[in-house]
Design a binder for this molecule. Sequence first.
Ligand code: RB5
Length: 145
Amino acid sequence: MTVLFFGSDHAGFPLKQAVTPIAADAGFEVRDLGTHSTESTDYPDYAHAVATAVARGEGLGVLICGTGIGMSMTANRHAGVRAALCGDVFSARMARHHNDANVLCLGARVLGVGLAEAIFRAFFEEAFDGGRHQRRVDKIELSGC
Ligand code: RB5
C-alpha cells in the first residue's frame, strides 16, 4: 500500500480534512504530519516534514496551505522532491505524466472543495510517461551548479 503523507498549515487544515478521506478510499495509507487545527502556524514546518519523508522514498505527498505557494517553494528545496502546485485538472495530470511529480500542492483559499477533490483524483490516477521525460526530469536536480 502506497503511503501518502499529508501536511497543511492552519489555512490548509479544512481542505486537508476534506481530502484525506478520499485518499483513504482510493487505497492509500494516509499519514497526517500536521497541523491538526486552525490555530495559526508556519507552513514550512509541515512542508519540510512531508518533503523529508518523500525524499527518503517513503511515499508520496500532499501539501496544502492558503495558496499552495509557500508549501511548493519549501518542498522543492529538497533534493528528489518534485512538488507541483496545481489549480486545474489538466495541470494535475501533466504533472504526473511529464514531470513525475511526487508531491501535490493545493491552495485552500484558491480552490473550492469540489475542484480540489477533482485535482487530487486526477493527480493520483496518472502515471509518469518516462522516455524523453525521464531525461528532462533528471536535469531538474542541481549538479555542479
Ligand atoms: C497563511 O496566512 C498563508 O500565508 C499560507 O497559508 C500560504 O498561503 C503561504 O504560502
